[in-house]
Design a protein around this ligand. Structure first.
Ligand SMILES: [Zn+2]
Length: 129
């Protein structure tokens, strides 16, 4: 067992800071909305490598990939799906509608998209190898 004094020393050290940075990242990350940036920051790597890791996690059945569509006014994700929408498909923004904005329906090709991943919790689905 580690003594409290040793734990305190680890906690004050460079390693302790790395561990607590990771803890912060884990606590801030919603398992239903994992962005490439979360993975990049966790592994302290490049965006390209983080994206590759996420795609591999999809291949091995750990993550599901989603496309999120953002309201051009509010920037919040107003629609998400496992497949990309056709450009002429319409998406509603409930916030714009609630605020009585004249325009609250948008074509998919008017919207910025963001890719995110969802952690699959059912372990039986995990691929082996
Ligand atoms: Zn909106």
């Amino acid at each position: 067992m580690l003594s409290p004094r040793l734990l305190k020393r680890i906690d004050n050290s460079f390693i302790g800071r790395i561990v607590s940075d990771k803890r912060d990242i884990i606590e801030r990350t919603n398992p239903d909305k994992i962005y490439i940036e979360n993975v990049r920051s966790f592994f302290n790597t490049s965006f390209g490598i983080a994206k590759f890791l996420c795609e591999k996690a999809v291949d091995f059945g750990y993550f599901e990939k989603y496309y999120g569509y953002k309201c051009p006014i509010h920037g919040n994700v107003i629609y998400s799906s496992k497949t990309e929408l056709e450009g002429d498909q319409e998406v509603y923004c409930g916030t714009c509608e609630d605020l009585g904005k004249e325009k609250f329906r948008y074509f998919a090709n008017e919207l910025n998209t963001v890719v995110f991943y969802r952690l699959i919790k059912n372990k039986e689905k995990y691929a082996v190898g």
